[in-house]
Design a protein around this ligand. Structure first.
Ligand code: GLU
Length: 439
């Protein structure tokens, strides 16, 4: 089963690049990146400095220890985090990632991104994130299940269907959500709306699994005319072939676009004549193949992927993958950020100078949380919508989001990222003020 974003191996902050320095993760932290964008928008909005602190740091942070018995009888101790950044607009919402590089600062950054993401998409949530410093590749299913249940045991007190609702993220999927829901149910009674991204058989929503990738494609379609692209002539590269990358690749292909390069945690491939995304999913997820053994493409290094001339580059792996040391290599018209925080602020400036249009993460990958909102609404109503209805509602919300941000960006002569941050900060500040948190 595909995970929410990119699977990675435990190779330190080397991320998806192995030993290739071009494909190493940035040295600057995700938290510095988010705070930089936040500060820039806050300063330009001219809000008072004393209020900034409320949004600069999270509302609540929970750090827990998760000891599990492994199958060989030894004990291993993992560390879990649930960080609730801001709840002014509604219950805290955000995924849970399982990754050996998870640390509290990364989760802080991702939690605040969820506050801005739910605000820009206009869904009635605040922002949160969870993480456990576990590499699922090191564990069998029974051990992984123990980690998921152990994590839920420790954080369930701060969760609730109107308090904080987890979802999938890097290396977690609908199976992990099922374990989380089941464990919460043992403690508090059956509560499907406690997590989203559940399997269809357990009150998950049609369309949720593909929604983040589908959302990236909606964003591409809206942005395409701005740089003179038409979908069926578009050539694209995907970094990361987990849930987000594999779905966006298939949906782009459905529009007639051509994938000419793709990477995963273990390698990268290229074929200028096109790589069949559907066949690649079969090869990797159903036949247990490796990316570099995919027959109809040439293996390349993770660093070479950045240098493939293309129309659109989709980062759909980890944060910090596009930075000052590799941004100049990109040869594309548009970057659509399927991952969270894939671009550092200095890389952002380099790409802008090169004339690359960046569709930023908080809107580009908002399709996941929007579909999570649909799942939660269905769970609360004990009612199910069909996939067509979900995809059409998703498209409506994301198109509206794109145009709200684009109009502001045009009007204020800003990037989409700055405009998106400004609008979402305004919405969160307005909600906080109306609640009476400050004047
Ligand atoms: N993990 C996803 C994100 O980063 C989805 C969060 C959710 O559905 O709550 O947006």
């Amino acid at each position: 089963m595909a995970t929410e974003t990119h699977s990675t191996r435990a190779d330190g902050r080397g991320g998806t690049g192995g030993d290739d320095p071009r494909a190493a993760r940035a040295k600057v932290s995700d938290l510095d990146v988010v705070r930089h964008h936040f500060d820039r928008a806050w300063d330009s909005l001219g809000y008072p400095d004393d209020i900034r602190q409320i949004f600069w740091e999270p509302y609540r942070e929970v750090t827990v220890q998760i000891p599990i018995k492994t199958s060989d009888g030894t004990t291993r101790v993992y560390h879990g985090y649930r960080i609730q950044h801001n709840g002014a607009r509604g219950p805290y919402k955000g995924g849970v990632r399982f990754h050996p590089e998870v640390d509290i600062d990364e989760v802080r950054a991702l939690a605040s991104m969820m506050t801005w993401k739910t605000a820009i998409a206009g869904v009635p949530y605040g922002g949160a994130k969870g993480g456990v410093d576990v590499d699922p590749a090191d564990l069998d299913d029974a051990e992984l299940q123990r980690v998921a249940r152990g994590f839920m045991d420790k954080i369930s007190k701060v969760l609730g269907p109107t308090r904080d609702i987890p979802a999938p993220d890097v290396n977690t999927n609908s199976q992990v959500m099922a374990w989380l829901m089941d464990q919460y149910g043992k403690l508090h009674g059956h509560t499907p709306a406690i997590v989203t991204g559940k399997p269809i058989s357990l009150e998950g929503s049609y369309g949720r699994e593909a929604a983040t990738g589908r959302g990236c494609v909606f964003m591409f379609q809206e942005a395409a005319p701005k740089v003179g692209l038409v979908p069926d002539e578009t050539r694209f590269v995907v970094q990361g072939f987990g849930n987000v990358g594999s779905w966006l690749a298939r949906i782009m292909q459905g529009l007639g676009a051509t994938m000419i390069g793709v990477s995963d945690a273990f390698g990268a491939i290229r074929n200028d004549a096109g790589i069949d995304a559907q066949a690649l999913v079969r090869h990797l997820h159903h036949e247990g193949g490796k990316l570099e053994d995919f027959p109809a493409a040439e293996p390349i290094s993770a660093g070479d992927l950045y240098e493939i001339p293309c129309d659109v580059f989709f980062p759909a792996a980890l944060g910090g993958m596009i930075h000052a040391d590799n941004a100049d290599l990109l040869d594309c018209k548009m970057v659509v950020e399927g991952a969270n925080n894939p671009t550092t602020f200095d890389a952002d400036d380099i790409l802008i100078d090169k004339g690359v249009l960046i569709v930023p993460d908080l809107m580009a990958n908002a399709g996941g949380v929007v579909a999570s909102y649909f799942e939660w609404v269905q769970n609360l109503q004990h009612f199910r919508w069909d996939e067509k209805e979900i995809n059409s509602k998703l498209g409506h919300i994301l198109r509206r989001t794109f145009h709200e941000v684009d109009q502001r960006a045009d009007h204020e002569q800003q990037t989409l990222r700055t405009a998106a941050f400004e609008i979402s900060i305004e919405r969160v500040v307005d909600a906080s003020r109306t609640r009476g948190y400050f004047d």
